[in-house]
Design a protein around this ligand. Sequence first.
Ligand code: PEP
Length: 244
Amino acid sequence: MRQLIAGNWKMNGLTEQAAGIAGPLRHGAEGLGCDLLVCPPATLIARVADILAGSGIAVGGQDCHAKASGAHTGDISAAMLRDAGASHVILGHSERRADHGESDAVVQAKTLAAIAAGLTPIVCVGETEADRVAGRQNAVVGAQLAGSLPDGFAGVVAYEPVWAIGTGRTPTEADVADMHAFIRGVLAARLGPAGSGLRILYGGSVKPSNAAALMGLPDVGGALVGGASLNAEDFLGIARAARA
Ligand code: PEP
């Protein structure tokens, strides 16, 4: 399975920066053995999709509403993302779970909406530092998967320990491998053979210097990259470390 390197720009970027990142990506991505995805803020999806058209680099959203349309001021539907040029959407990121109180049930409803609109959902799970210290990371991630993934889920799972996001800290390689094996087991038990073929991304302080080690671990299907995705050279450095 080709690895997927996905960039989450979060709430960063105006028109000028979008061109400054997407333009170099378009040229630098030629010949890479992995798949690339860029998730800019919603305001930039159409522009970034234009810049990347025909490059093979996919564009995604960072969230969508669970409903297809209606009186939800300020929200964006999955069909709107698709209409703007997105093929993927990140759902249940820990920042949305924390900032917007998104529960597993909400994430599951959004996941269903994304699939219905023809988007590939990237569902994020991950434990807090307190969970990890208490040794309950598998229980926490298992519960998030049980609640966030709908039956028959077809998409991507991103394991992002909350304490590793934006901190420069990462779990040990053994801890990443253990968690990915655990998630693989949960997916296989829930989804049967289809669960064995889904990508499980690692996210949390991935950078060019640690990407080869992390991407070389079993059951790691790629990376979800925050900060380093705002620099085209760093993002491409991570992509070069990925498995074909
Ligand atoms: C993220 O927010 O999904 C993330 C992984 O961020 P960072 O790479 O900056 O830790």
